[in-house]
Design a protein around this ligand. Structure first.
Ligand code: ADP
Length: 171
């Protein structure tokens, strides 16, 4: 059984993340979406809220299976919070692969460095990058939070329930 992890802060999950989850789920048997608990970024949503929002979106991906849209997400998809080193989490889950999404050049430097460090920590775990889809290239959780905080419309960046959760936070 091939196990992969898609790690991130997911604060909150965006359409960009959902696209990566759906695509990664066509490439492995089991996909664990790993929600980083102790992010240095001081998250807006608690880890429980971030996990719950992801679970809801994953249920929708499952529903879409068989609709002929995109590739078939064949993997079992689950969400798990983790703290500490990603490589330790990957080892405990017996994952062989880490998925990361890659947007424009700005992501590259950070991802390049992290992948290099992670490879030193465990050379048996490979990091695989999926390029952001054209429509999601510019979406980031950070910008979404900024825009909603300033009263902008975020309807094309996040799913409706995530939009509602964000609006509730900034009320
Ligand atoms: P982190 O805090 O680890 O960067 P994020 O939640 O911001 O976590 O992102 C998780 C992963 O998803 C990262 O690999 C990031 O590059 C990727 N990602 C974020 N937004 C998008 C997007 N719009 N399209 C594709 N990948 C994305």
């Amino acid at each position: 059984m091939h196990i992969a992890i898609y790690p991130g802060s997911f604060d909150p999950v965006t359409n960009g993340h959902i696209d990566i989850i759906a695509r990664a789920a066509t490439m492995t048997d089991r996909l664990i979406v790993g929600v980083a608990e102790d992010s240095s970024k001081a998250p807006l949503f608690s880890v429980e809220q971030r996990v719950a929002m992801l679970q809801e979106q994953i249920a929708l991906i499952r529903k879409q299976n068989g609709s002929g849209q995109n590739g078939e997400a064949t993997a079992e998809i689950e969400v798990a919070a983790f703290s500490g080193l990603l490589m330790h989490f990957a080892e405990t889950q017996q994952a062989k692969m880490i998925f990361r999404g890659l947007r424009a050049v700005t992501d590259f430097d950070y991802e390049f460095q992290m992948t290099g460090m992670n490879r030193r920590l465990n050379p048996r775990i490979e990091t695989v990058f999926l390029m952001a889809s054209e429509t999601n290239q510019f979406i980031s959780s950070r910008m979404v939070k900024e825009i909603v905080g300033l009263g902008g419309d975020i309807g094309s960046f996040v799913p409706p329930s995530v939009k509602d959760a964000l609006l509730a936070k900034f009320k």
